[in-house]
Each structure stands twice: as structure tokens, then as C-alpha cells.
Design a protein around this ligand. Structure first.
Ligand SMILES: *Cc1c(COP(=O)(O)O)cnc(C)c1O
Length: 421
């Protein structure tokens, strides 16, 4: 792989020991901690491009994709803010809401990860097939971007999640292959883990992929572009916690700039109890065996989140005096209705978990009237996408049962993509 000066101007350093790594490293060779990008540009500045590409200086790529330019979109809340008695509530809306110029047609902030992740692969001259496992939203976002730019991609999903695998009024290209696993999300992860090391395939990397993290970090950059100051509090529903880590890392960059304050926002990360591996993990307790059954939104269930890894969720909570908040399904249901009434747009159930966490924190006095709050609405506007474009189900290309042969699956994938086997 040739990774010269044309892949963005940054260093990759260990988030714990500070060791400098080459641009293709995915973890620290000393302590296995997450690597963090340190950009040559220390001042926050905007590029003359639309959507997420406005933040190109702080994305680990040299150029942008021209085909898609969705991005994060923040606005000052009036409805929900008044209801909760908050003077400075910023909503980061990551979904589709054309009246507010929110253009994410796959309906969640996973699209903010997919865009720089694919651009980075292109800049590396990588011809390999990207492999990822997903319970829904990630598969949608990556399939949409892959189809739009004709980048080969395999998405491995549990068959039960097939209903969430739609594209906004378009068919997927032949370059995207959907493997439906007869099992749960953990089984899908196992299958993807079996495929990724094979010749011609490459893992998308999850939390360790800096393009994904810095893509999510643009939610905070967009909010601060509006308010000109770092928020005191950041609220988000989490599964892996990647969004929380990203918000922390983006805060470090903004503090480094010097113009936006010097206090890290407190991270308030929310999960749906009792199926809340991060929430329980921080307390040293297991989740019930029945999980994820009965959850409000299964996208928040990740069995192996980066909780104790260096630079991971526990570290960023400690650094920001943050917390994990447990939210019950009935609180989330109520919060969703309230948000939709007061703000006038539909949101995904996962996002409602963050709204419920904010409500709890206002009621308990942790968040005060004058505090600056950023509420990350991680997905929404799917009703609007449906009206305008229709939701076209992708469907399964290849079925797989745990125990089936991975080599055979590889052959079927290459055949489906029209690659020579
Ligand atoms: C993935 C997802 C989350 C959780 O994101 P992480 O930061 O990866 O934990 C929250 N909400 C929605 C809608 C998601 O798709």
C-alpha cells in the first residue's frame, strides 16, 4: 500500500503512551490502546465544501467524496428546551430533515462514519472488499455509500435485522453483498471476523477505525461552529461508545485551538437497561441472559464494547467526569413522544434513549438551566425518507448458518460481485 502525503496531514499517536505510529496502524504496539489522530492544523477552520466535508481539516483524508455530502446538522432548540427549562440546548440532528438542511438519507449518524471511512480506503488505493457486521444502521449507511461510489462491500447481518436493511429509493449496486446469518448480532460478528482476514477482504475496524471516530466527531464540531463555545454537557445513546469517545477527542482538538473554552464537556452516555453492557460493565455486573430480547432498540446492544481498552469508554468518562445513564424502555417511549411533539420530527428509538437521559439529568439537577447542552440525536427523519424516497429493502443475497464453511461463503461472495474466484 502506498500511503504518501496525499492521505491527509496528521500523525497517529497512542491515546495512552503517546507513541507515534504509521498511518495504517490500528492499535498501539506497546499497550494496545486506541490510536488518535493529531492533525497538523491546530486551528478549527472550515473547508468550502458541503456537509461533513466542511470539516475536512479534521478528517483523516486528503480529499472528499463528491457523490455524497450529507453531514451533521445542529440547531438551537426552542420546544424541548422550554419544556425542560434549558436556556442553551443545542440539538445535533443526524438524520433526514430537509427543512433544516439535514440530509442523511439512511437516517442515522452511521453515515458520518461511512463517508470518511470509504474516502480513506479510496485514498489508500485499496481494492479489497470491505467487511462489516451490523444489526442494521451501520449496514444501511455503509451499503448506501458503497453503492453510490461503487466500492465493494459485504454486510453481514442477523436475518432478524433484514427489515432494517433498506436504501432510500434506490437499489444497491452489485458491489454490495448482503449475507444474512441465521443467528443474532454476535453470530454475525463472528462470521465477519472469519471473512475479514481472508485474501481480498478487509475489516472495517469498528471503534479502532479513526475515520469512523473522526467522522462522528464532526457532530461536536458542527455544534461548536454554531455556538462558538464548547458545551458543558454532551448527551448520547451508546452501543459501542464510539460516539462518546469521538466527542471527547473532538473536544481535545477544540480546546487545543484556544478559542472555544478549556473545559471538556461532561459525557452523559445512555443505554437501555437492563440490556446495557456498558452501564452494567462500569458497575462490574453482567447483563441478563435474555438480552437483547425486549430492548427498545437493539442497535444499542453491543456485547464487547471498548470499555476498558486504553482511550476507550472508561477512560473518556473519567477524563470528563462523565457517566453512563440507564434508561428504561418506558422512559424512552415517553421521551420519544415528547421530542416528536415539541421538535416536530420523528426520531429513532435509540435517539429517544438519549432524550430520556437528558430528562433524568434535568430532573435530578445535574444539568442546570444556564448550562450549555448538546443533545446528539443519533438518528431520525426516517418517516420523511419514507415519504420522499421510499424505503427499498435490500434483501439477502446469501444465507449463512453458524458452522457453514467460510471458504465457500467467500467464493459465493466473489461470484455475487462478479469477481473472478
Ligand atoms: C450506532 C447507534 C448508536 C450508538 O452509537 P455508538 O456511538 O457507536 O455507541 C446510537 N444511536 C443510533 C441511531 C445508532 O445507529
Amino acid at each position: 500500500m502506498n500511503m504518501g502525503d496525499n492521505t491527509g496531514d496528521f500523525k497517529l499517536v497512542c491515546s495512552v503512551c503517546g507513541k507515534d505510529h504509521g498511518p495504517s496502524a490500528t492499535s498501539c504496539s506497546v499497550d494496545d490502546a486506541l490510536l488518535r489522530t493529531e492533525y497538523a492544523k491546530k486551528k478549527f477552520s472550515l473547508s468550502p465544501y458541503p456537509g461533513i466535508w466542511r470539516y475536512l481539516d479534521w478528517l483523516p483524508v486528503a480529499d472528499r467524496l463528491v457523490q455524497i455530502s450529507s453531514g451533521p446538522r445542529s440547531y438551537h432548540s426552542i420546544g424541548l428546551a422550554n419544556e425542560l427549562g434549558l436556556d442553551q440546548l443545542t440539538i445535533g440532528f443526524n438524520g433526514y430533515w430537509p427543512e433544516r438542511s439535514a440530509e442523511i438519507r439512511t437516517g442515522s449518524f452511521k453515515e458520518l462514519e461511512a463517508l470518511p471511512a470509504f474516502q480513506r480506503i479510496i485514498e489508500w488505493g485499496n481494492k479489497e472488499v470491505l467487511v462489516l457486521a451490523s444489526a442494521g444502521n451501520t449496514a444501511r449507511a455503509f451499503s448506501y455509500v458503497a453503492s453510490s461510489i461503487s466500492a465493494p462491500c459485504v454486510v453481514v447481518v442477523p436475518q432478524s435485522a433484514m427489515g432494517r436493511l433498506w436504501l432510500p429509493g434506490m437499489d444497491k449496486g452489485p458491489v454490495v453483498v448482503v449475507v444474512g446469518v441465521d443467528g443474532d448480532y454476535a453470530d454475525a460478528i463472528d462470521v465477519a471476523a472469519g471473512l475479514a482476514p481472508q485474501d481480498g477482504f478487509i475489516a472495517e475496524g469498528g471503534t479502532r477505525n479513526i475515520a469512523r471516530r473522526d467522522g462522528l466527531g464532526t457532530v461536536l464540531l458542527d455544534a461548536v461552529r454554531d455556538t462558538a463555545v464548547l458545551p458543558d454537557h454532551y448527551f448520547q445513546a451508546v452501543g459501542s461508545g464510539t460516539g462518546g469517545i469521538s466527542a471527547y477527542e473532538a473536544s481535545l482538538r477544540l480546546i487545543g485551538d484556544g478559542r472555544f473554552g478549556n473545559r471538556l464537556p461532561r459525557l452523559h452516555l445512555a443505554q437501555n437497561t437492563p440490556c446495557a453492557p456498558l452501564y452494567h460493565g462500569m458497575r462490574g455486573e453482567p447483563c441478563p441472559d435474555t438480552c437483547p430480547d425486549g430492548m427498545y432498540d437493539e442497535v444499542l446492544f453491543n456485547r464487547t464494547p471498548p470499555l476498558f481498552v486504553g482511550g476507550g469508554v472508561q477512560d473518556v468518562l473519567l477524563a470528563t467526569e462523565g457517566e453512563l445513564i440507564g434508561v428504561q424502555k418506558k422512559e424512552a417511549v415517553k421521551a420519544r413522544k415528547l421530542f416528536e411533539q415539541l421538535e416536530g420530527i420523528d426520531i429513532l428509538p435509540a435517539a429517544a434513549v438519549a432524550v430520556a437521559a437528558l430528562i433524568q439529568s434535568v430532573e435530578s439537577g445535574k444539568v442546570a438551566r444556564r448550562d450549555r447542552v448538546l443533545l446528539n440525536i443519533t438518528g431520525g427523519g426516517v418517516d420523511r425518507v419514507k415519504e420522499e424516497f421510499g424505503l427499498d429493502l435490500m434483501g439477502q443475497d446469501i444465507g449463512f448458518s453458524p458452522g457453514d464453511d467460510i471458504m465457500e461463503l467467500m467464493g459465493e461472495i466473489r461470484e455475487a460481485m462478479g469477481l473472478n474466484t
